[in-house]
Design a protein around this ligand. Structure first.
Ligand SMILES: Cc1cc2nc3c(=O)[nH]c(=O)nc-3n(C[C@H](O)[C@H](O)[C@H](O)COP(=O)(O)O)c2cc1C
Length: 358
């Protein structure tokens, strides 16, 4: 039994869609909790005015009856309210009538650091919008919705996942104001902590099963993430072994947690800690040098409404990505078609290893 996630949707298209397969039947979902996470994703200092247009709300098209999962694929849907301004420009079918609204003219000025140039080369697009619409981080709205579902499942086995901007490297309001005044952008660091993860999720058997590799891929899979570390990560490289490893107490707990809760690709019962570095966002109000793809002449890159910083939003998205991957590993370990089977398998396992949650 595993959990899987498929998504579809463009930034200014009609909607974003996620299909979550492999949930047990009988999991109670709380619409307000999913919407609260969607709204957390829209907040943070330095976001663009688009966040005032969008008030994301989840809709469920399948897999749920009276608030309980049916054990069938769960189809989640988040509308792009901004689509009303792009109806012609982002019409799925050949548009009717005169061009109106946004997105009617082809974009030919690729932004350094975005999907624009490589994406257009790869797919053979003359209008860069065909690449940037899907590459955009608007897509992360449904990652957050799916993550909220994963968190509901994890709560049943007393696992709690929380993401936050790094207190020193999280783009504070003064730094954001200064960057905005310079028409520039910022990146930063976020940290996700998962408490209550039992020992034994993931496996050392292969790259595909290693929990550290899976979490790194899940978080690196988010737009603008350029570095991921588990526990003390890069800092461990500069230490001696005697300073780096977490000694084992008689109760099998650790006095320290430099490993970030994972050894040999397997959770060890300590908090799972994942950090991600976000690069400065690529859309600059004072654009960088580029080329006009139509004329081949030097040009300034596309300027489009954009965030100055999205570090706090990334914390919410990374939380969702980590939660989803942990839920997937838990489904693999504890299985079960009904939620009760899943929880009973978790209880029996904790009993076998004589593990009590701290
Ligand atoms: C929550 C979030 C919001 C983002 N908002 C913007 C934005 O407003 N403008 C922008 O240029 N990039 C934004 N990005 C980053 C781009 O989507 C990303 O840099 C781009 O797709 C290229 O992918 P890469 O950075 O992973 O190489 C955002 C990323 C995240 C995670």
């Amino acid at each position: 039994m595993t959990l899987s996630l498929a998504t579809a949707g463009e930034s200014h298209g009609p909607a974003l869609v996620a299909i979550v397969s492999g949930l047990p039947a009988g999991l109670v979902l709380d619409r307000a909790a999913i919407d609260a996470d969607l709204q957390r994703r829209q907040q943070g200092y330095g976001r663009s005015p688009r966040q005032q247009i969008e008030t994301d709300e989840v809709e469920v098209l399948a897999g749920l009856r009276h608030g309980r999962t049916l054990g069938t694929p769960l189809a989640l849907f988040v509308r792009n309210r901004d689509h009303r301004n792009w109806e012609w420009g982002m019409s799925p079918w050949p548009p009717e009538g005169e061009p109106a609204g946004k997105g009617t003219k082809p974009v030919t000025l690729p932004r350094p650091g975005h999907a624009d140039l490589a994406g257009s080369q790869k797919f053979g697009f003359a209008d860069v919008r065909d690449a940037l619409e899907r590459a955009s981080a608007r897509h992360t709205a449904v990652i957050v919705a799916a993550g909220a579902v994963a968190k509901a499942l994890l709560r049943e086995i007393e696992v709690d996942v929380e993401g936050a901007a790094h207190p020193e490297h999280g783009a504070d309001p003064d730094a954001v104001d200064a960057a905005r005044a310079d028409r520039d952008t910022l990146g930063g660091i976020v940290e996700v902590t998962a408490r209550g993860v039992p020992p034994g999720l993931g496996s050392y058997v292969s790259r595909e099963t290693r929990l550290d590799a899976r979490l790194a891929a899940a978080v690196m899979g988010i737009q603008a993430v350029k570095g991921v570390e588990i526990g003390d990560g890069f800092a461990l490289a500069g230490l001696r072994g005697s300073e780096a490893h977490d000694e084992i107490e008689p109760d099998r707990r650790r006095a320290t947690n430099r490993a970030g809760g994972i050894e040999a690709g397997v959770s060890n019962g300590e908090e799972v800690v994942v950090r991600a570095a976000m690069k400065p966002l690529p859309t600059l109000m004072r654009p960088l040098r580029s080329v006009d793809l139509e004329t081949g002449e030097p040009a300034e890159a596309l300027v489009e409404r954009s965030d100055v910083s999205a570090v706090e939003a990334l914390a919410v998205v990374a939380e969702a990505a980590v939660a989803f991957e942990l839920a997937r590993a838990a489904r693999e370990k504890f299985g079960g078609d009904a939620l009760g089977d899943f929880v009973a398998a978790w209880r029996a396992y904790l009993e076998r290893i004589a593990w009590t949650a701290r």
